[in-house]
Design a protein around this ligand. Structure first.
Ligand code: GDD
Ligand code: MN
Length: 384
């Protein structure tokens, strides 16, 4: 009932009021180290959005390059600019949601702060939204062009796989589900905000999955530009993150995205472990099996630590010498986890004799234990 109302109650926004134009469009710009791009982006928005009552909301995660300072200086001279400076937090998705919730315009767009998205399609997107026949307009990167421009071939493959998965979950067919460039009505996000994950980058897919199945999506194609200043923060993580979000939703949101990430890294660890063990068995047959096993365990543990540091807990990442004590703590935790794993598995096996039930239960206890210790001690917020 409410969902239906959500999609049909499209009140045409008032364009002007007694005191000048009402705000119609908020352009949300998540930033991390984009100081060199902000002014340029603002100038371009000003050019293409002429005649529209718009504002730019920069949501900055306390970038060391002073992005928020630049944005606030801009804001001091132009009321169309606002800046939310978030401290001790990292994450594109969370930043976008916060920007949207801080806006009061009926429509909002999300655009990267690095000028890679083509702002000149914004008026066309707004036109479609005003028409009231669509709920979301996605800026989709043109395929052929994406290759030669900003998008690498591997990301193209990932993007195609992603489209299939999204279609499976939402019945919405879009060519660029990983897009970070779109426009929609603010009430759509206000309604699903408590369900959205603030972990990771994949905000568009999250909105689509959390919204009613009847959501109407349109696409406007554009050419993804090359980044000129600053550097990309997402890289191959985008794919991990995407899969993470999909698994989180497949389990009906019961498993937190960070736990899913931790378990995904753990599965990679198992593969690494077996590969190293197999290689050692053929390459150094003279070494006894238990030494080979210990070596494989160490390699897998190092790999898991690095991946968790880079991916699962990227917002609390250790750098430099601080990696050492963190790794020591992680190793001890994993050691206890292995003992618990083996203990539970043998206990169940003794009573049940079902090897796979015992094995799975052991793994489950091990993963949950390692996750709990990692989240509350190794990468605890208070330790950062
Ligand atoms: N607030 C905040 N916090 N902003 C962030 C963070 C963060 O932790 N990480 C990145 N950003 C900002 C960047 O400053 C930039 O404005 C935008 O988010 C996109 O980040 P990039 O680092 O430029 O991403 P990309 O170009 O590699 O990725 C593009 O393609 C992805 C799909 O392949 C983007 O368009 C993504 O949105 C898209 O998902
Ligand atoms: Mn970029």
């Amino acid at each position: 009932m409410m969902n239906q109302a959500l999609l049909t109650a499209v009140t045409p926004p008032p364009i002007t009021g007694p005191n000048g134009p009402f705000l119609e469009l908020s352009v949300i710009v998540p930033t991390y180290n984009e100081a060199a791009n902000i002014q340029n982006l603002f100038d371009r928005l000003e050019r293409v959005l002429e005649g529209v009552a718009w504002e730019m909301v920069v949501v900055d995660d306390d970038s060391p390059d002073g992005t928020s300072r630049v944005a606030k200086e801009l804001a001091a001279h132009d009321p169309r600019v606002r800046c939310i400076r978030r401290v001790n937090r990292r994450g594109l998705a969370g930043a976008v949601v916060e920007g949207v919730l801080a806006s009061s315009a009926p429509y909002f767009a999300v655009i990267d702060g690095d000028l890679q998205h083509d702002e000149s399609i914004l008026p066309q997107m707004l036109q479609q939204m005003r028409g009231g026949t669509v709920d979301i307009v996605v800026g989709s990167r043109l395929e052929a062009a994406s290759f030669s421009q900003g998008l690498s071939p591997i990301r193209k493959v990932l993007s195609d796989t992603g489209s299939g998965l999204v279609r499976m979950l939402t019945h919405v067919g879009i060519t660029d589900p990983m897009s970070g460039f779109f426009m929609t009505r603010r009430d759509i996000v206000e309604n699903v905000a408590p369900k959205l994950s603030d972990y990771g980058f994949k905000i568009l897919v999250d909105i689509l999955i959390c919204s009613p199945a009847t959501i109407r999506v349109a696409e406007v194609h554009y050419v993804f530009r090359k980044r000129e200043a600053g550097e990309s923060k997402l890289s191959v993580l985008v794919a991990f993150d995407f899969l993470d979000l999909i698994i989180h939703h497949l389990f009906r949101g019961i498993l937190p995205p960070r736990f899913v990430a931790f378990a995904m890294v753990g599965s990679i660890g198992v593969v690494v472990h077996l590969a190293v063990l197999r290689t050692l068995m053929t390459a150094v047959p003279a070494l006894d099996f238990s030494s080979q096993q210990v070596f494989a365990t160490l390699v897998a543990m190092c790999g898991n630590f690095v991946l968790n540091n880079q991916f699962t807990y990227r917002d609390r990442r250790y750098k430099g010498w601080r990696v050492v004590p963190a790794f020591a703590l992680f190793s001890v935790a994993c050691g206890i986890g292995i003992v618990a794993n083996a203990g539970i598995a043998s206990w169940i096996y003794a009573g049940q004799h079902l090897w796979w039930v015992a094995g799975l239960a052991g793994v489950l206890v091990g993963v949950v234990w390692n996750y709990a210790i990692s989240s509350s001690f190794v990468w605890a917020r208070s330790r950062r």
